[in-house]
Design a protein around this ligand. Sequence first.
Ligand code: BV8
Length: 238
Amino acid sequence: MTNIVILTGAGISAESGIATFRSSTPRWDDRALEALCSAEGFAADRYKAHDLYDARRAQLAQVEPNAAHLALARLERHWQRENRGEFTLITQNIDNLHERAGSRQVLHMHGELDAARCESCHRSFPWSGSLAVREDCPACDEPALRPDVVLFGEAPYHRQRSEELSARANLFIAIGTSATVHPAAGLVKHARSNRAITMEVNLRHSDSPDFRRFFEGPATREVPALVDYLTIESGAEG
Ligand code: BV8
């Protein structure tokens, strides 16, 4: 049995047209924008923050999953059908491209763009349109809805489960992440504590010293090839 944990970052969605945060054409090319993604910055300028997330949510309708997203969904189906071990997909991304590619179990550590959360009753709701600053909660009627995303200084979702699953991994693959945001960037260390094989797919090496194999190139080329190897190697189509 081989337990696989996949961690994706903004780079896997870059070829779908969604800007990354810190690479060549970064989303955060100005500090003001990055500040908005902190709890303090969000509270200081909610109107601008809501506009930022409204624009990103609207973009979701204009983009499609790419070959890397589709390959990971194929790997999940294969791993489960052939009973090869646990398959876990953890993403730092708030887009819905993994789900639209067919991935069924996705742990969004930083939340989801197409969801809104009530700061009063803490329930979360699917949300596809724009979200007003004082939008009423459908459950408790309080005007307290916000984008259901995890900002800097806020507790990530699924942290304990992600760390437990990484500590059971035999194969840990990071795809399209600069490995700068914690605790997501620390998951590979949990995998290494289990003597897992650690790989990263990226255009360039990330900051993490914990990856033993590096597949250099765009995710839409490297991920399908890696999935072919992992599925054909077992003698069955993905
Ligand atoms: C937490 C919001 C504790 C959603 C994001 C002070 C106070 C509190 C915490 C901290 C602090 N100082 C440091 C921290 C920890 C902090 C942190 O890590 N800061 C870093 C910057 C130093 N972390 C936090 O604050 C986290 N919370 O620790 O809480 C706590 C505990 C209990 C109770 C209360 C609090 C919260 C982290 C989440 C922050 N939210 N975004 C959104 O708007 O999206 S982070 C943001 O960065 C995105 O979510 C993004 O996903 C994430 C990581 O970036 P990457 O995905 O790696 O993207 P990046 O652009 O960096 O890199 C892209 C990579 O792809 C590049 O390597 C590039 O080469 C590659 N690439 C590009 N194209 C391709 C490609 N690869 C392959 N193919 C291609 N085609």
